[in-house]
Design a protein around this ligand. Structure first.
Ligand code: FBP
Length: 551
């Protein structure tokens, strides 16, 4: 932490996050009401066989005073994957919850994400340590990382390290990949009778970890508000100067929730939704033609300016690009060492030679910069790092080419001057909105209650989020409930199912019913910065997505 802190940070440090009523009234040692047995989202028979010790557990709701005293607990926590606003409050809530159970409880933070667990690098928290980070953005309290924990050897090391410290429960704060690993680790610990409980916590700005019980992943609220502020500012600039088209790529590795939410908040002229592109099998050329048509129409109305929102994951949803990326993934995974040893020109030759005819043609048609971005290292989970692929620049170039063709044919006479932006890292460590500050603190506190309840293989769940916090419902759901089988590296693997944008959902309908109007009329909205102090209707509003989904 810096030696001096800003006045806002000082005032923010004094903010007391709100808790669901059951936890505010009864503390973290609260009664756990067990619901009906559960099942996985699909592939029930296969998942049941793979997780014999943690499958079918009941949904838990915390709803009354605890019935027995819980002894002091030693718990470890990791932050895993991409940063998301509110992570520090999850740890603060967990710490406070554990101390409420017993002042002798201890919380240990493993450093740098999952690798901290295997390398046995950790800190022990105390009041002064935690107090410095309350209500702040970032994951810098203990850092984060993307190391994949999946082998039995890694699991054994984790168990050994926890036992040496005396830790009997681990809280894993992460997205779908990290919670998939949490689910595997929970099953392994249960099978080995290791005496270590595993509890997950739903994190990701991408908003793609949600279902009936996990209404939102934390960080989505704050991050999308930061992006909406920036988009609003750009739209005001565009509408003032009236000379630029702004192409804005927004984070969201697969799902387009951030792009959709940003569109609902700011009403841009064009927004691409990857899931719609996939469903309609829209080709890259068709996407480009659609954007060029809006540019042309607006030019016809004297408007040579506008905004286009591009979801980061788009490239993987365009049919021909998806096929290309799939072939590249297999090719690179099977030949990593050989590929790495080649010179740049030989790398391109190797790829061209080994791709199928159609795909090789698509690859060859791409600008060299994009070709190299597609060949860059995959993340530890085998994903293409879409944040590094400059789709927004590719679209600008291609739209420009089409407009030039139309100009030559006398079909278009406007001016197309485009600026590219990528908003991602700007939003991931912002100071959490009131919603995320409260939600994250509640998720952490709920995790301490799940540890206190002695369960394992659960993920912290706080529901009823469009109501005021005192009406939120705290509990937990089994991680196995979210699992299904997916094809990874040529094999069926159990993974948490990602929640993509549904095209029959209210948020998508709302967007689809307005987008034609937004294309031509400048109905730009300027949401402005997140407000932390002031009237509830300004400071405590949730995302439009969750309002439409839940009300
Ligand atoms: P998580 O799924 O781990 O929360 O990360 C999401 C994300 O922010 C994506 O939006 C983005 O594609 C990715 O992380 C970027 O990863 P990195 O931080 O490794 O560059």
């Amino acid at each position: 932490m810096p030696k001096t802190i800003s006045p806002l940070q000082k005032a923010r440090a004094a903010y007391t996050p709100k808790l669901p009523k059951a936890l505010a009234m009864h503390g973290s040692a609260v009664k756990a009401a067990m619901g009906e047995p559960t099942q996985s989202v699909s592939d029930q028979n296969e998942i049941k066989v793979l997780f014999p010790n943690t499958y079918g557990l009941p949904v838990i709701t915390f709803d009354g005073p605890g019935e027995k005293e819980i002894p002091a607990l030693n718990v470890g926590v990791i932050l895993s994957g991409g940063q998301a606003p509110g992570g520090h409050n999850v740890i603060a809530g967990l710490y406070d919850g554990l101390k409420k159970i017993s002042a002798q409880s201890n919380l240990f933070g493993f450093l740098g994400g999952p690798s901290g667990l295997t390398d046995n690098k950790y800190v022990k928290f105390d009041d002064a340590f935690i107090n410095e980070y309350r209500n702040t953005g970032g994951f810098d309290i203990i850092g984060s990382g993307r190391t994949k924990l999946e082998t039995e050897q890694q699991f054994d090391t984790v168990i050994k390290n926890c036992k040496t410290i005396g830790i009997t429960a681990l809280v894993i704060v992460g997205g779908d990949d990290s919670n998939t690993n949490a689910c595997m680790l929970a099953e392994y610990c249960a099978r080995k009778n290791a005496g270590i409980q595993i509890i997950g916590c739903p994190k990701t700005i991408d908003g793609d970890m949600k279902n009936e019980w996990i209404e939102a992943s934390f960080g989505f609220d704050t991050a999308s508000k930061v992006y909406a502020e920036l988009i609003g500012n750009i739209q005001r600039d565009a509408n003032s100067a009236k000379k630029y088209w702004h192409f804005i790529k927004l984070m969201g590795r697969s799902a387009s929730h951030i792009a959709l939410e940003s569109a609902l908040q700011t009403h841009p002229n064009v927004t691409l939704i990857s899931e719609e592109v996939q469903q309609k099998k829209t080709t890259l050329r068709e996407i480009v033609d659609n954007i060029a048509n809006v540019v042309k129409k607006r030019a016809g109305a004297g408007k040579n300016f506008g905004t286009v929102l591009v979801p980061e994951g788009l490239i993987e949803f365009i049919p021909e690009m998806k096929k290309l990326i799939g072939e590249l993934n297999d090719l690179l995974a099977a030949n990593t060492a050989h590929f790495d040893s080649l010179s740049d020109s030989h790398k391109l030759q190797f790829v061209n030679k080994n791709l199928s005819d159609d795909t090789s043609h698509v690859f060859a048609s791409l600008p060299s910069q994009i070709q190299w971005q597609l060949l860059a290292d995959r993340d530890p989970h085998g994903n293409v790092q879409v944040s590094r692929i400059e789709t927004e620049k590719l679209l600008i170039d291609m739209v420009g080419e089409v407009l030039n063709e139309w100009k030559d044919a006398g079909k278009y006479s406007g001016k197309f001057s485009a600026v590219n932006h990528f908003f991602g890292y700007e939003g991931r460590c912002a100071a959490p909105s009131n919603f995320d500050a409260d939600y994250c603190y509640s998720l952490g506190y709920t995790a301490s209650s799940l540890v206190g309840a002695g369960v394992t293989g659960y993920i912290s769940s706080v529901r009823n989020l469009t109501k005021s916090a005192d009406q939120w419902i705290a509990g937990g759901i089994p991680l196995t409930m979210m699992m299904n089988l997916e094809r990874r590296h040529g094999k069926d693997k159990p993974v948490i199912k990602k929640a993509l944008v549904e095209l029959d959902s209210k948020p998508f309908f709302e967007f689809a019913s307005k987008r034609e109007m937004w294309a031509m009329e400048d109905d730009y909205q300027y949401p402005g910065p997140i407000q932390y102090f002031g009237p509830g209707e300004v400071c405590d509003v949730t995302t439009i997505t969750i309002q439409l989904e839940r009300n």
